[in-house]
Design a protein around this ligand. Structure first.
Ligand SMILES: Cc1ncc(COP(=O)(O)O)c(C=O)c1O
Length: 389
């Protein structure tokens, strides 16, 4: 099964919407089924014919379709699916590692990514320098002769810090250093970092790509050569590949990604503007607002904005916790990017030391705007915020 099996009139070009809906359609191979089946099998027999598959830890036809869609969306040569975002991140990092290596990572990266680099890999002699990511001079100063990797997350997922992707990629290449970006917030619809010379892009598929809060998954996109090495190297050796059933649910999520993102973006912007003008709100963090300190830089890379934002309500931690209890639409929970609205509390109960190290202000709450009616979410936030004394 490959794209040449797919009949498509030549005058049609693949838009991102078409990729999500139709890339990988192969009705003839699947008895006309409009939705490809789940190949829920561990191995493939080859006595009469070799179909190119051996063992699901290496590759599977259902997972392949998801990988082809995501590679096309990210404008990459190839993609690999993983059992989680962290599976993709840790495998991608290990691809660049060697004994005594040094890594430069933004301090705003996802917590477990920082832990993997700063604590776990330290046991093996790998050192990491954490930087704010605000300037190229800072990255340049952090580079050492043994630096093998620069890890970015842009926009980041708590305060939405943005890095200058093109400038970092250029700097890294001039020193022979690899680059990885966690681009989960933007999705492949709104940012394509490979265009700017970044080597590898990772996404947690547990967020918008899946979109239904029913899978944990990850994807990694890069050159065909690197992804091929990943197939038989890190992914196969750590056994962190995606299960076919997970891949099938990811495919289902991808089909509606463009329409969901349009709604998340529209509602996210409305909620951000509402919060920015609310008297009980101290600060709003959202890359789509002109008040975001890196709004102009972001416009170079982002073609859209999503539904994850954060803000600091005016009030004590106790008052903020009470405000959260009053919310009717927003459930209190981690993760984000699903159909449901959620609230999380990265800035409650945070130590001064952790606040200094990460830049997360005391009182920060993060909300993921779901697919409910934006006006209902705004009314809900308004009634809860007005309870703050
Ligand atoms: C920005 C970001 N990257 C990576 C991950 C890890 O993804 P997963 O939970 O699928 O391992 C998360 C999860 O919350 C995340 O928010």
């Amino acid at each position: 099964m490959n794209d040449s099996n797919q009949t498509r009139p030549e005058h049609l070009t693949w838009t991102k919407e078409d990729i999500c809906a139709h890339l990988g359609d192969d009705y003839d191979s699947f008895m006309g089924a409009i939705v490809p089946p789940i190949f829920q099998n561990s191995l493939f027999t080859r006595k009469t014919k070799d179909h190119g598959y051996v063992y699901t830890r290496i590759g599977n036809p259902t997972t392949d379709i998801a990988e082809r869609k995501i590679a096309a969306l990210e404008e990459g040569e190839a993609a690999k699916c993983f059992s989680s975002g962290m599976g993709a991140i840790s495998s991608a990092i290990m691809y660049w590692m060697s004994q005594g290596a040094h890594v430069v990572c933004v301090r705003s990266a996802y917590g477990p990514t920082r832990e993997f680099l700063g604590t776990y890999l330290k046991r093996f002699g790998v050192e990491t320098t954490f930087v704010t990511g605000d300037s190229i001079a800072e990255f340049e100063e952090a580079i050492r002769p043994n630096t093998k990797l620069i890890f970015l997350e842009s926009p980041s997922s708590q305060l939405f810090y943005i890095q200058d992707l093109e400038a970092v990629a250029k700097l890294a290449r001039s020193h022979g250093i690899g680059t990885i970006i966690d681009s989960t917030w933007a999705t492949p619809l709104y940012q394509n970092p490979l265009r700017y010379g970044i080597d590898m892009v990772v996404h947690s598929a547990s967020k918008y790509l899946g979109g239904h809060s029913d899978i944990i998954g990850g994807v990694l996109i890069g050159s065909r050569e690197k992804m091929e090495q990943m197939t038989h190297g890190e992914r196969a050796l750590f056994g962190s590949n995606m299960d076919p059933h997970q891949a099938w649910l990811l495919l289902r999520g991808l089909r509606t990604l463009p329409i969901r993102m349009k709604q998340h973006q529209e509602s996210g912007m409305q909620v951000a503007e509402f919060l920015e003008n609310h008297p009980k709100v101290e600060t709003v963090y959202y890359p789509g607002l002109a008040s975001h300190p890196q709004y102009e830089l972001g416009r170079n890379y982002l073609s859209g904005y999503t539904g994850l934002l954060s803000f600091v309500p005016k009030g004590s931690e106790q008052a903020i916790s009470e405000m959260i209890r009053r919310l009717r639409y927003f459930e209190l929970g981690p993760s984000w990017g699903g159909f449901e609205s959620l609230i999380n509390t990265p800035g409650l109960g945070i130590s001064e030391e952790a606040s200094q190290a990460t830049g997360i202000p005391h009182g920060l709450v993060r909300i993921s705007i779901g697919l409910e009616r934006a006006e209902s979410l705004i009314e809900d936030l308004d009634q809860a915020l007005n309870s703050l004394t």
